[in-house]
Design a protein. Structure first.
Length: 304
């Protein structure tokens, strides 16, 4: 690789490469300059010329990337930029997604199409009688959930298909803030997940409307969305305080659904013999005593 390389195809159309440029600017602001010999400076992070030097490209070339005046950089350039910006594997994957994005295009089915969960997966969800479980799709939308998951998530409303985004509930419903002990960590990770979705599916109008709604309704979302961090949670612990049974700490596993794009199965478990297991069992008994949902509204499968 040499300085001044011009790998790729330049475009000058309005908005071309905007997401890629925004990501590069946001991420270079996160890299601490002292480790690269920088002293006090007026703005945080690396300067454009410093990123260009680390990536072994010209400053002009890198500037054009940030300004959206150059698209389709080579894999070698992207790898060098990822190293210069100290991106982890997930952020590097997102960088490649943004660089390969086709404006106005999406992968797979039209974004307007409602995702469906196959019948066998509904049966699997229902078989988890002691474990909350649900399927998450595009834009963090809940596609299906078993009754215990619906009850645990403090009456996550049974809304129309286009209004079942977990991230909308987390930011705009006050009950979500009361439910999660670590609300900030949970909510910010959802923002990172939505960023990944945006990189995989450029030009999704439904996602754009969701981002607009959340930006207008939450200053926290607006700030976290602007820093372009990405997140993908495959396992971990969520700590909740449920209004009916109190504190419940659950371990979650996120498993990709085979044979279909953008569907993830989440299963929550508790430590055997723990207070959290006892609380979850109390919740299951409450649910069983109220099959019609009068005590625990919102229970049941989300998809209709």
């Amino acid at each position: 690789m040499t300085a001044g390389m011009t790998t790729g195809t330049d475009t000058t159309g309005p908005g071309s490469g905007t997401e890629l440029g925004d990501f590069l600017r946001a991420r270079r602001a996160l890299v601490g300059p002292p480790r690269h010999g920088g002293g006090r400076r007026r703005v945080p992070g690396l300067r454009r010329e410093e990123v260009a030097a680390l990536a072994r490209v010209s400053t002009d070339y890198y500037t054009r990337l940030e300004q959206g005046r150059h698209r389709r950089p080579s894999d070698a350039v992207l790898t060098a930029l990822a190293e210069a910006l100290e991106l982890d594997a997930l952020a590097t994957r997102h960088l490649f997604d943004l660089a390969r994005a086709v404006p106005g295009g999406t992968r797979g089915a039209s974004p307007e199409a409602v995702q469906r969960v196959r019948p066998s997966l509904h049966l699997l969800l229902d078989s988890f009688t002691e474990h909350p479980a649900f399927v998450r799709g595009r834009r963090t939308e809940v596609l299906a959930m078993n009754p215990l998951a619906a009850a645990l998530l403090a009456d996550l409303p049974a809304r129309p298909a286009r209004e079942r985004a977990l991230i909308r509930w987390a930011f705009l419903d006050p009950r979500a803030r009361r439910l999660y002990v670590d609300w900030e960590a949970v909510a910010s990770s959802m923002v990172g997940t939505l960023r990944l979705d945006a990189g995989r599916h450029p030009g999704d109008p439904l996602l754009a409307r969701l981002v607009d709604e959340l930006s207008q309704g939450s200053a926290e979302f607006e700030a976290w969305w602007a820093d372009h961090r990405v997140a993908e949670r495959r396992d971990g612990i969520k700590r909740l305080v449920h209004p009916a049974v109190g504190r419940v700490d659950v371990h979650y596993e996120a498993l990709d659904v085979t044979g279909v794009e953008d569907q993830t199965l989440f299963v929550y478990t508790t430590q055997p013999g723990s207070a959290s297991q006892a609380a979850l069992r109390r919740l299951a008994r409450l649910l069983a005593a109220d099959r019609d949902g009068a005590v625990l509204p919102g229970a049941g499968q989300a998809e209709t």
